[in-house]
Design a protein around this ligand. Structure first.
Ligand code: GDP
Length: 173
């Protein structure tokens, strides 16, 4: 097999407090669907998405926290060998915004420094935002992560987030 034909499997995590939209985002990105119905987990460990970035074939395996985040019981297996991470907070949930640094800390403690991106989801609800645009941008600057505003509901910026994360991953190959 030629070197160029290799498909790289990439374990991607989505971390953040409960209800910020992690499961919805995985379903949207991997299956192209969005459901209003509150769904705590997608019932599987991860969903897959294939994409090509900078001439490299990637197979993203995107892992959901499966609703364990409230109990601080994320298992070692969840973090093990993770190679990229989306850190998410919600426009309408101040606690999720304030938890961002501790999520980043947890990931770094478990797997070290890996490509990461920060997202503010539910941007369709911006009129009900519980943090200002400046606060969110300040946080992104502080944690030194590229920052996207997303809406899983409106399918806004979702592909872009994973494309950017994949580019960071490929740069390290
Ligand atoms: P998780 O606990 O982080 O996995 O969050 P879920 O994916 O279960 O989403 C929690 C709730 O937020 C569900 O009712 C979703 O339909 C809703 N939700 C997810 N993303 C968005 C979004 O971008 N906009 C709006 N308005 N609701 C969203």
């Amino acid at each position: 097999m030629l070197q160029e034909d290799i498909e790289h499997p990439v374990k991607v995590l989505i971390v953040g407090n409960g209800a910020v939209g992690k499961s919805s985002m995985i379903q949207r990105y991997c299956k192209g669907v969005f459901t209003q119905e509150y769904k705590k987990t997608i019932g599987v460990d991860f969903l897959e998405k294939k994409l090509q970035v900078s001439g490299e074939d990637l197979r993203l395996m995107i892992w959901d926290t499966a609703g364990q985040e409230e109990f601080d019981s994320m298992t070692k297996a969840y973090y093990r060998d993770a190679e990229a991470c989306v850190v998410a907070f919600s426009t309408i949930d101040r606690a999720s915004f304030e938890a961002v640094k501790s999520w980043i800390g947890k990931v770094e403690a478990e797997v070290g420094s890996i490509p990461m991106v920060l997202i503010q989801n539910k941007i369709d609800l911006v009129d009900d935002a519980v943090m200002t645009k400046e606060e969110a941008e300040e946080l992104a600057k502080e944690v030194k992560l590229k920052f996207y505003r997303t809406s899983v509901q409106e399918n806004y910026n979702i592909d872009e987030v994973f494309k950017y994360l994949s580019e960071l991953f490929v740069q390290r190959l």
